[in-house]
Design a protein around this ligand. Structure first.
Ligand code: AQP
Length: 327
């Protein structure tokens, strides 16, 4: 059976970039695979987090999985910090990854750029991410474009480990969708839409009210050409809005382009907002029902148990292969 491991960091409030690059894919793919969807809370603390916010956001990300339609009976949904094998295999993977490989990771360069105090965990983050994936012998990892380099490193580490210690890990394949794998900021189409962007108008949150969504999308930057045309190179802002429109309306870009042919951006942006609102409305309703429920706690406990069973088995195999005493 093909197996997926993927997750969304609780490092900020979830926005439509994470929906596009992760959440909607999980829902669409869940029936084809055996799934492990986790909340990578250990990754979130590679940059400073307020403890109370981390607590709430971790629960929120898990609630979004369920609210968007991930079926907890089919998929294990769990918190990374509740399956201790992640931290343990993460350490073992740190012993396999080279300093030079970690130094080449563009996400580390972006996130550490201009900062005085950078944690060593931010630097070794890809070793923990490799452990996350390899623990479940995942065959596939759905990710946004920005995580592709980390999955490639995971593949290298799995192959290196297998060559050195014997066949232990499955070498995973990344799955990167063509459309919506890199949703850009609403205020600057050269930057990825990110949870940690201090400008609240750069993203639409999954929990934004309809009027806030209308306002944010009406203010999204466009260009002076006034034609709704998909051309990422010359019209990056409008092309980004077209991708968002397509993801949320589930219509091909060509159909949307045709609808607004010869018109300016006003009607296009209004309809885009309505498409986003109508997709988010049931998710928001489900989210409110589940977020403070016992049901969510039960799902997370059950998910951690199912995940631990698989993860502990792989960890034991890896430790034995490396020569650790395992009685
Ligand atoms: N803007 C995006 N467009 C498409 N995919 C995206 N993803 C994130 N942002 C976009 C994908 O969603 C998955 C979960 O990402 P994450 O939240 O764990 O990490 P991230 O990529 O670091 O997300 P952010 O929003 O940029 O968080 P911060 O600012 O805290 O670092 C991943 O597969 C990601 O590619």
């Amino acid at each position: 059976m093909k197996r997926i491991l993927s997750g969304i960091k609780p490092s900020g409030d979830l926005n439509i970039g994470g929906y596009s690059g992760a959440l909607q894919q999980y829902v669409a793919m869940q029936h084809e695979y055996e799934n492990f969807f986790f909340v990578p809370d250990l990754h979130a603390v590679t940059v400073p987090q307020d403890p109370l916010e981390l607590y709430h956001r971790s629960k929120e990300i898990a609630a979004f999985y369920v609210a968007a339609g991930v079926d907890p009976a089919k998929s294990a949904i769990f918190l990374q910090s509740q399956v201790s094998a992640h931290a343990e295999l993460g350490w073992l993977m740190e012993t396999q990854v080279h300093f030079g490989e970690l130094s080449r990771m563009t996400q580390f360069k972006d996130k550490s750029d201009g900062k005085d105090a950078v944690s060593s965990a931010l630097f070794t983050y890809p070793a923990l991410m490799a452990a996350d994936i390899l623990l479940y012998q995942a065959t596939h990892v759905p990710v946004g474009e920005d995580q592709k380099q980390h999955v490639e490193l995971t593949r290298d580490l799995a192959t290196r480990f297998n060559n050195r210690f014997g066949e232990t890990f499955t070498v995973p394949e990344p799955i990167i969708q063509d459309l919506g794998c890199r949703i850009m900021s609403l205020d600057d189409p050269s930057k990825k839409m990110s949870k940690s962007n201090p400008n609240k108008n750069s993203y639409v949150l999954l929990l934004d009210e309809p009027d806030t969504i209308r306002k944010k999308l009406s203010r999204a930057v466009t260009d002076s050409e006034m034609s709704v045309r998909y051309d990422p190179e010359n019209k990056p802002a409008v092309s980004n809005l077209l991708e968002i429109y397509s993801i949320f309306s589930e219509e091909p870009i060509s159909v949307i382009e045709k609808r607004y042919e010869g018109q300016g951006y006003g009607g296009f942006k209004k309809d885009l907002a309505e498409a986003v609102i109508s997709k988010l409305e049931p998710i928001q309703r489900n989210f409110r029902e589940i977020i403070d429920s016992e049901e969510l706690v039960r799902i997370l406990k059950d998910g951690a148990e199912r995940a631990s069973a698989v993860a502990n088995e792989t960890l034991l195999k890896a430790k034995k292969a490396m020569g650790f005493l395992t009685f």
